[in-house]
Design a protein around this ligand. Sequence first.
Ligand code: AMP
Ligand code: GLY
Length: 420
Amino acid sequence: MNILILGSGGREHALAWAAKQNPRVDRLIVAPGNAGIAAIAECATFDILDGAAVVAFCAENAIDFLIVGPEAPLAAGVADAARAADILTFGPSQAAARLEASKSFTKEICDACGAPTASYARFTAAGPARDHIRRVGAPIVVKADGLAAGKGVIVALTEAEALAAIDDMFGGEFGAAGAEVVIEEFMAGEEASFFVLTDGETVLPFGTAQDHKRAGDGDTGPNTGGMGAYSPAPVLTPDLQRQALEQIVLPTIREMARRGTPYQGVLYAGLMIEGGRVRLVEYNCRFGDPEAQVLMMRLGGQALDLMLACAEERLAQAQVHWAEDHALTVVMAAQGYPGAYEKGGRIDGLDILPADSRHMVFHAGTALKDGQVVANGGRVLNVTARGSSLREARDAAYAMVGAIDWPGGFCRTDIGWRAL
Ligand code: AMP
Ligand code: GLY
């Protein structure tokens, strides 16, 4: 079968790598892809936010299955366009992707189905938002309603920070995404990610992971898209996973179906755990990046069968076969990230590293220049390893990091610390 994956990050490299293990695959195309993806799949260039362009490409290339990696094409309605053209598609409709694309929509769904989450208020003007912050006090969380590439959430430890965030958002810093603002109760606790596949009706738990959002060791420094991850996340005990499923995810999926906008694809629930209880922080309508890298490393070729079962509404008959294993990924980023950074720095040492079912360097932001791999983004490489224990996976990943020669890069040295 011919498969098209949309996206260009480490997540899409991992999805392509997993698909490639599956003997059903004939052609594997990733658009736009990157230098690492080009080594295992064909790369193609067209506007992945344009549903008509995606449909035309699928028709020209006899694509049997479309996997949408990032949120932007989903929020733009690419999955709707593809389904309307009878293309088998993994990823939610535009209406269902609102669970990520609108924070106030998610809050409305939580209210409607009783899912535990932070209490909140929504505002479309700065004055009432400021009054609310002065009344409630800090710590408090200020969120731009729409998609803001992971930058639209300010966890304000002081009232002044929260008020400044209001000025930025209503001042247009996040464009239309900031036209509405959600102000939330600050939740203390430990965060973890819980993934499910759902065909709109059946919900199949699809693993747990923990991300590291801060740029510096010990969870210090600015927020990033994620500096490393590991799976499974032991903090999500079987009991907490059951709670998350029964109290948060299942009610959400039922509410979406009841509204006539069933959710199909992967649903990523960001959870806060405190005192033996889970609450929802946020939903994402796609795999996490870099969480997908550790999930795919553990699942291998079966990931494709499960995504197909999801798209074909056969999840009730599907099963995930987990090994008793662990995977860990270290993100190597360009110095300066998440602030300003340079592109084009030469990366050496990659070709001598192992690339097998236990070791992979997924490329997140690379390009080929005269046959040489160079940095081409903020997050650049996801050095990933699998082991029979988390410690073994961590040691293997950091041994690979040590062999990579990239003077312009940095990484955290403590990925996995909470579980180790
Ligand atoms: P998001 O972009 O929605 O993933 O939010 C980014 C991060 O902000 C989350 O991963 C949490 O660490 C933090 N966060 C969001 N909402 C809250 C909240 N209500 N309480 C505490 N932390 C939060
Ligand atoms: N790693 C966090 C995310 O993908 O949203």
